[in-house]
Design a protein around this ligand. Structure first.
Ligand code: AMP
Ligand code: ZN
Length: 480
């Protein structure tokens, strides 16, 4: 196991040495999609970041248990406690069942994951399949005195928690009710809904009975309830918490790493911390990691605002999904990346250039060992997932002709465990019959020691976009 990994923790605003709760194992929770429309490439940047983190942890020898939620209820337009439920809105617009909408767009997400080589989480969990767990958690919060009731739901009282706001560094004045803010029945500006009543039971598609009335869970409670269920302590209002391995280890935190986009920091993650720490009295997460946004002309773009392509749209424009993945790796996950087709085009050239250089590596060429490049790569990925620097290590390796072909290929293969750019995968391209014929002729000429003719034919083959690599007992043809 490599212990040199450093990660930037939003909670402390510092790069910290990564130390898991349980030796050799990592529990990781990633806030997943709200499945009411097709994902765009900005969403995918966020999941590529989560995938790189997962791959680096695995590369460093950790066993990773990664959980991702699927939000299929309770996420309201505006990300606060007002507006329409995004799922109900999409169901009404498309004239379908909310559960069909959820399954349809979830499938679209998974298809993009697969095209982009984003590893599937070990556990996907849907909010609507964990209503019981969410109600149990609200009951624990109620027993501990953190909740109050209003005309439209059960709210979390953020003034009851000493350190509310610690993740997004909220100023205490922002929490207290201000004269200029219309709070409705809320006690404090930052209080948020845990259980919202159906305005008129029987109208919404998705609603459930609860000890407080018919309604649906708030957006934040699903992540506290499901992350605990799968990675830490299990909430149960009767027994308080069932024993988990981690509780037995008497450790404070229940989760090692939690990720999301910077927009999730407030209110979503702040409120997850509030719910989980109020319920357990323990630290919820040790390392919070947030990716920056994909922008267009400097403007933040999101699904609700529109304005970003989908992966399929990029494919239709001639940019394979892995070109987009490569483009994302050109910037550090904490810097914003300004998207344009020019940038994507440059990424396409860069990516194809890389693949071509790799294709031309002669595995029989002799030379020195390439492991120093792998050391540079390791340093880069362990320095808070510095992918631009890691790509530089790959470029430098490919330029070095003193390194043996075999060692070069081995190092490329190792690096690609993290990049996941299919660097060694050959596209299945049919070699035209005329090229095959030329190659046979060249082989014959070579055997007859007519090297001049053999070289001429080789040039002809190259000009038509193919390369020929000699093997001990024959040759191999590849597309350039
Ligand atoms: P949503 O499905 O809208 O809840 O968004 C899913 C995830 O995508 C969230 O974690 C957001 O932080 C992230 N996200 C949305 N838009 C962008 C963007 N333009 N760049 C990077 N991440 C984004
Ligand atoms: Zn979440």
């Amino acid at each position: 196991m490599n212990m040199a990994l450093k990660l930037y923790n939003t909670l402390t605003r510092k790069k910290e040495a990564f130390k898991p709760i349980k030796k050799g194992e990592v529990g990781m929770y990633e806030c997943g999609p709200t499945v009411y429309s097709y994902p765009h490439i900005g969403n995918m940047l966020r999941y590529i970041f989560g995938d790189i983190l997962t791959r680096v942890l695995i590369y460093d020898g950790y066993k990773v248990k990664r959980v991702m939620n699927v939000t299929d209820v309770g996420h309201l337009t505006g990300d606060s406690d007002e507006g329409t439920d995004k799922m109900e809105g999409a169901a009404a617009k498309e004239g379908k069942k909310a559960s069909d909408i959820a399954n349809f767009y979830w499938k679209a997400f998974k298809e993009d994951f697969s095209k982009l080589n984003i590893t599937s989480p070990n556990i996907w969990c849907k909010a609507t399949e964990h209503i019981k767990e969410q109600i149990e958690l609200i009951k624990v919060l109620e027993k501990k005195g953190f909740t109050y009731s209003t005309s439209d739901g059960i709210y979390f009282d953020t003034s009851k928690l000493k350190d509310y706001g610690k993740l997004s560094l909220l100023n205490k004045e922002n929490i207290k009710a201000g004269a200029r803010v219309d709070l409705g029945d809320k006690r404090n500006k930052t209080d948020f809904v845990l259980w919202k009543y159906s305005e008129e039971p029987g109208v919404r598609q998705q609603e459930w009975p609860s000890p407080w009335g018919i309604g649906f869970p708030g957006w934040h409670i699903e992540c506290s309830a499901m992350s605990s269920k799968y990675l830490g302590e299990h909430f149960d209002s009767e027994n308080k918490f069932s024993d988990s391995t981690i509780a037995k280890n008497k450790k404070q935190a229940i989760i090692d790493i939690h990720t999301g986009g910077i927009d999730n920091m407030f209110p979503h993650h702040e409120n997850e911390i509030a719910q989980s720490e109020a319920a357990t009295g323990k630290k919820f997460v040790n390392y919070w990691l947030h990716n920056n946004f994909l922008s267009v002309k400097g403007e933040k773009v999101s699904k609700s605002k529109g304005g970003l392509y989908t992966i399929s749209e990029l494919e239709n424009l001639g940019y394979p999904a892995l070109v987009y993945r490569y483009m994302c790796l050109l910037a550090h996950y904490r810097s914003s990346l300004d998207f344009s087709l020019d940038l994507l085009n440059a990424a396409k050239n860069g990516y194809e250039g890389l693949k071509n250089k790799i294709k031309l590596i002669d595995d029989k060429s002799v030379g020195k060992d390439a492991s120093s490049y792998l050391d540079d790569f390791q340093k880069a990925i362990d320095d808070d997932l510095n992918m631009p620097l890691a790509l530089q290590a790959l470029q430098a390796l490919l330029k070095d002709d003193k390194v043996s072909g075999k060692s070069k290929l081995e190092v490329v293969k190792k690096m690609d465990e993290v990049f996941a750019l299919d660097l060694l995968k050959e596209e299945k391209i049919e070699i035209p019959a005329e090229i095959k014929k030329l190659a046979e002729e060249r082989w014959k000429a070579k055997k007859n020691k007519d090297f001049k003719k053999a070289d001429e034919i080789r040039d002809k083959i190259n000009k038509q976009g193919f390369v020929i690599n000699d093997k001990l007992d024959g040759f191999e043809l590849k597309k350039i």
